[in-house]
Design a protein around this ligand. Sequence first.
Ligand code: CAA
Ligand code: NAI
Length: 719
Amino acid sequence: MARYELVKRSVALITLTNPPVNALSSAVRHAIAKSMDHALNDPKVTAVVICGENGRFCGGADIREFAGPLRGPPLVPLLDAIEAGEKPVVAAIEGVALGGGFELALVCHYRIAHFKARLGLPEVTLGILPAAGGTQRLPRLIGIPAALELITTGRHISAQEALKLGIVDQVTEQNACEVAVEFALRAVAKPLSSRRVSMLTTPCPPDLDGLLEAVTMQVKKKARGVMAPLACIQAVRAAATMPYSKGIKRESELMATLFNSGQARALQYCFFAQRTAGKWTLPSGAQWNNSKPREIRSAAIIGLGTMGRGIVVSLARVGISVIAVESEKKLLETGKQMVIGMLERDAKRRGVSASLNLLKFTLSLQDLKDVDLVIEAVFEDMALKKRVFQELSKVCRPATLLCTNTSGLDVDALAGVTDRPHLVVGMHFFSPAHVMKLLEVVCGPRSSSETIATAMILGKRMGKVSVAVGNCPGFVGNRMLKPYLDQATFLLEEGATPEQIDKALEDFGFAMGVFRMSDLAGLDVGWRVRKESGLTGPDVDPKNPPRRRQGRRYCPIPDMVCEQGRFGQKTGRGWYMYDKPGGTNAKPDPLIQNLLEMYRSRYGIQPRNISDQEIIERCLFALANEGFRILEDGIAARPEDIDVIYLFGYGFPRHGGGPMFYASMVGLERVLERLEHYHQAHPDVPHLEPSPLLKKLVACGSPPVQKWREHIKTMHSHL
Ligand code: CAA
Ligand code: NAI
């Protein structure tokens, strides 16, 4: 767990050896303590260098150990002892120095960083704070404003920025360890007192209270209801106002309030869920680590609308050459200008040159003969998409992968019209496609493992979080959205307002409430889908009661809103009113209030006061209930996959963990009881009827999320 060697006759080289990130597990902490003891007591040793194996200094505490009781030496006294030692200790930082790893570097008397190294205190993203002295030492070293920014955001910084801030003493392009050994030899004769960061006085800005207040406001605005950044601010205040010995106690008290909180558990779950999501498996045994992806050098996008443009940008900025196809000259030109503008802005922001030379624009599918992969992003119209896929079959070479960005249509039906169903897969991006991190890779029953592997890896290469899902209407994300949206509109009928529902969801932590989100996405999209599925429009039999469709409760209010030409932000009116078409500042609209009042009186609905608790329970438990059904149906392999989809595609707050983790945190028994209660009150809403899997899990004693898979029948897998 740590290797001890004597180099250059007098330098103790301690190498952390806990792959893959040299996390500070109990065994590693024990090994560091033993090695330091040895080094400090061996008269041959005049200086110490600490580094990490395989070019990675240290990724911080072993997060997996947080779930159990503390074993092995605690970190704070161990780090204090390193700093207090009488022999100079140099940190040789390669790869990463994060969290506890950064705190370990901070107690070393000198820090040498490789120019590619990244440093940071990401604890806040795990719902905790840097409690091994990080909140006390960093402000002493670099001052309050810079320390506050790093600690409250968890941002990783480059070695160059660390040098500018005064965190590291030297940046090198050579082997950091060798440079550190030479540095250590030179440091032997120098006094250490000024190198012990905990002994420094924190440089304090003139208006400390004003600064802390401003950062508190910022943090509250950015991460509503999240506890950890606020605790970080309090800890930094202690660094400014207390001696180290007291500050470190305050840090530890604050950590105690966070460590066992639901938010910390949720955020740590998200960390692992995100990494689990890439590990897909098929019933055939093919999986992420035994299926070889194809290399993709060139791609084509069909349709340069909202989605197509973002997909072109996502591909081109990772060096893939792209041919973009439109149906008409004018649309092609507009699309081209938009794509070029987006790429140029993106390149400017990243400080690189825009890869415009990778782009080609055409009206002819014939130009796609040689591409490695095609992503179709034309209108959501099955007949049109089938025509495109038939044409692609004829034009593209036999090995070209054919992908669709459909948001819910049958991927297998599209595969069926091609000459290569095994090379067809869904690549479902989210809008705006060059910004949103989620990619649902929709596996049809005939998609080959090589095809799935290629789409998953391509997603990763574009910086997306790829999740493999099965093929059913709406896949995972959009299928779950329906019961969630339905509950929101039923609540409107019963007496709530759009702003009340949105506020409850935003207070819960959603980036946007359901009505603001719908206004942003465009209300006409759902209206068209409802018309096509016979739920509204002239084809509906007028004898049908307006609030009932296909044997279940139906809310026609969204259709009424669309009938008034209110399509959301783009028309300047939707569930809210905006200053102008395309405006983003949502204001409650008295016309919507009137519409709701008239609607309720027309149907004799007595409005009632609806609590925020009911809003959250009905929207989120209905959402999770559909998630349980998706697991039962084998459309998602694991609850973690569903949660990752909601975290990265639908703005579910990370500190809630995602809908499935949230249900487990509330308690499955409670979720079941509340769903039964609401279903009894609304028997014509099947989405509120508890799913068999939920009942089964409760009957099995509500196991933790990670164990649900054991209770799901895998024979139904659609993956
Ligand atoms: N503890 C436990 N496991 C960790 C870990 C950690 N700190 N960091 C990474 N891992 C695991 C990952 O889960 C993953 O495991 P699997 O292969 O089983 O999926 C594996 O290491 C590789 O991780 P990545 O896939 O993320 O590898 P990467 O090369 O893309 O990224 C990294 C490397 C930048 C270090 C990234 O893993 C990361 O950000 N890790 C977390 C760093 C962090 O938050 N540290 C702070 C911990 S809290 C703390 O330190 C507080 C304290 O002092 C008490
Ligand atoms: P859009 O209407 O903005 O763009 C579609 C584009 O396809 C238009 O520019 C149109 O001219 C072009 N097109 C139509 N037929 C064509 C053909 N035969 N050849 C070449 N180009 C053709 O639609 P949008 O929103 O980009 O959606 C595209 C697809 O992505 C749909 O399947 C949609 O369901 C899906 N999707 C949409 C999301 C969204 O938020 N808009 C999110 C995720 C998926």
